[in-house]
Design a protein around this ligand. Structure first.
Ligand code: IMP
Ligand code: MG
Length: 180
């Protein structure tokens, strides 16, 4: 699998170190509170697993599945495929994301969640690609700002593969062209 990687952008050690820092910061910021970790499947599960174990607070975890449909006029429409099992009303919700690119998926999601009246609603993302942002959305906690390239690993996929790489890398062009 590593043979398909052209360049490692963030090493496993750098990611693990940063996740510990984020966990410590979140623990401090939410002191005395109960935290609701809302994860959007599937990319963010790797980050969730590491982050949650670095947060020293009472937490619950729940999942959502959303799908981005691009309409004819180029506008993105986002559909909730699987909703949360529990209510977020009055809860301190932290949305756990893998990467924010255009930001449209997350902007839609944040709107849909705000209506449900959580006590607070924030975002943590392990990677941020702010270059192509098309919706006004900003994470409260960012692991790494990465260049405007297609990246894989640490949960992020190319055609559902490479999620189990422990680092973040860029694929060789041969791997990008390979048949599915
Ligand atoms: P957007 O912010 O609406 O563009 O959508 C972000 C979602 O697209 C992320 O949660 C990922 O699932 C996916 N995505 C964006 N950039 C990348 C990338 O470089 N590699 C893998 N998945 C990506
Ligand atoms: Mg995602």
């Amino acid at each position: 699998m590593h043979n398909d990687i052209e360049e490692i952008l963030v090493t496993e050690e750098q990611i693990q170190q940063r996740v510990r820092e984020l966990g410590a910061q979140i623990t401090q910021d939410y002191q005395g509170k109960d935290l609701f970790l809302l994860t959007v499947l599937r990319g963010a599960i790797v980050f969730l697993a590491d982050l949650s174990r670095n947060i020293d607070l009472p937490t619950t975890v729940d999942f959502m599945v959303v799908e981005k449909l691009t309409k004819k006029d180029g506008e993105a429409e986002v559909k909730i495929i699987k909703d949360l099992d529990s209510s977020i009303s009055g809860r301190h919700v932290l949305v756990v994301e893998d990467i924010i690119d255009e930001g449209r998926t997350l902007a839609f999601l944040m709107q849909a969640l705000q209506i449900r009246e959580p006590a607070s609603l924030k975002i943590v993302t392990i990677f941020d690609k702010p270059h192509q942002r098309r919706a006004a959305v900003q994470a409260d906690y960012v692991g790494f700002t990465v260049p405007d390239r297609y990246v894989v690993g640490y949960g992020l996929d190319y055609r559902q593969r490479y999620r189990n790489l422990s680092c973040l890398g860029v694929l060789k062009s041969e791997a990008l062209r390979a048949p599915a």
